[in-house]
Structures are given as C-alpha cells and as structure tokens.
Ligand binder design. Structure first.
Ligand code: NAP
Length: 246
C-alpha cells in the first residue's frame, strides 16, 4: 500500500561530527545541522576563533581541536565527542585543501599535503567513527569530495587535487560496503565551485555569480543525513555548469 510517509530520519538528538567547520562550507553545514536540532561536535584547528562564531551551550555543541596533519587529534576529537554525547550518528568529512599541482608546477610537498588532508584524515576519522556509527543502526557519513573527484575537467585543473578527491570518492564506496549491513550509509558529495575562499585563485573556475552558495551545499548534506536506510546515495554531483554526464 502506498503511504505519504517518506520515512525520513528525525534529527532529534542525533549527534554529528563536522570537520573544518571554522569557515566556508563546513561552517554552513554546522549552522544548518544546528538549526535542524542535531547535537554537534566540530573539529577545527582554531578552537577559540570558532567558539566566537558558535557560542551555543556545550550540551548542544562542542568544539575540539582537529588538525588533519596531526593524526592524534583525530583520536582525541572522536573520544571527546563520545565522552560528551555518548553516541555518534553522523560524520561529515569536510576539511580540505586545494593546491595547484600538475605536470609542470607544484611540489611534492603540496601533493603530500593534499593526500594528508583530503584523503588520509577522512580515512582515519572513518576508521575511528565506523564502530560507533554501526551501533546506532542508521549511521551516516558524508564526504565532501568535488566534481574533481569524478572526472578530470581540463588541463587547467590541479592533477593533485583531482587525484585526492578521486581517492576520497573511492574510499566512500569502500566505507559504504564496510558499514552497509549495520545501517551505515555513505555519500561522496561532489559539488562544483562553491563561493568560498578556496576557489579564489583556481584557474577555469565557474564565475563568482554562478557558484554554489555554501548554504546550498549544507542543505543537500542535511537532506542526505535524513534519508532512510533504503535510500542509499553512493555519490552525488552538484554541478554549476553543463558537462557531459554530470
Ligand atoms: N569551494 C569549492 O568550490 C569546493 C568545491 C568542491 C568541494 N570543495 C570541498 O569542500 C570542502 C570545504 O571547502 P571550502 O570551500 O569550505 O574551503 P575553505 O573555505 O578553504 O575551508 C577549508 C576548511 O578546511 C579546514 N582545513 C584546512 N586544512 C586543515 C587541516 N590541516 N586540518 C583541519 N582542517 C583543515 C579549514 O580550517 P582553517 O580555518 O583552520 O584553515 C577550513 O575550515 C573541502 O574539502 C573542499 O575540497 C570545495
């Protein structure tokens, strides 16, 4: 029998972790999830500066130090979240960096930095969070990848960034397999250009007026987090321009 009930998950008291919530897309996601009623744990490099932006009571929102280049901060952030809230329902891997590395420019160090921040840090967080996400039966992971995670657009693009985001998409597929039987659903969200500081110097980027707003990306993340277990979204392009297949 058909029903009008979409079986959406209620944010209720669900607990979500968001990395890189100090600014840009991460800040927008945090604001949206807070408004939706989540209890939040934000992982940021500058706790004091982020606290000024999010003065909410600690019973609803904690801010912990998380630096993708310091592996031990992933452990301490996940531990503090569990100590404070006693459970974990969602992880949003948002923190990321862009550097121009192609066959003619950029350094090995730039390449390593993108691998650390865009790939290894989300891997670490998923590894730590997965057992807890499995426990709740409706765990969710959203990895903020990019359209650069699902195609190579043209020779103006950073090959290094594209490689790192493709790896993040691959990891998202793997995590979906590892958590599926316990109700964990994983999405690689792949936006085109978003109006944040990150893209100011990116060559070939969508013109400013046509870029996505961070709040639009946050709206999609919030929607993904509410979908029931039988509405799995493996990956989702969110493009600002017409391209063949995305
Ligand atoms: N903007 C776009 O067009 C676009 C498009 C597709 C995907 N994305 C992806 O969306 C995510 C957010 O990007 P954004 O546009 O919001 O960029 P942004 O405004 O530059 O913000 C980047 C965020 O990542 C954090 N971060 C950087 N290095 C870090 C580290 N070592 N450890 C922990 N956090 C670190 C930053 O923290 P600090 O404040 O401490 O620097 C900041 O919160 C990234 O993964 C990016 O690749 C962006």
């Amino acid at each position: 029998m058909m029903t009008t009930d979409a079986n959406l998950l209620d944010a209720g008291e669900r607990v979500a972790m968001v990395s890189g919530a100090s600014r840009g897309i991460g800040e927008a996601i945090a604001r949206r999830l807070l408004g939706d009623g989540y209890r939040l744990s934000l992982g940021v490099r500058d706790v004091a500066a982020t606290r000024e932006k999010f003065p909410e009571d600690e019973s609803r929102l904690i801010i912990e130090r998380f630096d993708a280049l310091e592996p031990c901060t992933a452990d301490s952030w996940v531990s503090s979240t569990l100590d404070q809230f006693g459970a974990l329902d969602a992880l949003v891997n948002n923190a990321g960096i862009w550097k121009q590395v192609n066959f003619g420019s950029g350094s090995e160090q730039d390449l390593d930095d993108m691998w650390e921040v865009n790939v290894k840090a989300p891997f670490r967080l998923i590894r730590l969070a997965l057992p807890h996400l499995k426990k709740c039966g409706t765990g969710r992971i959203v990895n903020i990848a990019s359209t650069d995670g699902i195609r190579f657009r043209d020779t103006t693009c950073s090959i290094g960034y594209t490689m790192s985001k493709h790896a993040l998409v691959a990891m998202s597929h793997a995590a979906r397999h590892f958590g599926y039987d316990d109700g964990v659903r994983v999405t690689a969200l792949c936006p085109g250009a978003v109006d944040t500081g990150m893209v100011d110097t990116v060559p070939g980027v969508t013109p400013l007026a046509e870029r996505l707003q961070p709040a639009t990306v946050a709206h999609v993340v919030a929607t993904l987090l509410t979908l029931p277990n039988n509405a799995s979204v493996a990956w989702m392009p969110l493009n600002t321009r017409l391209e063949s297949t995305l």
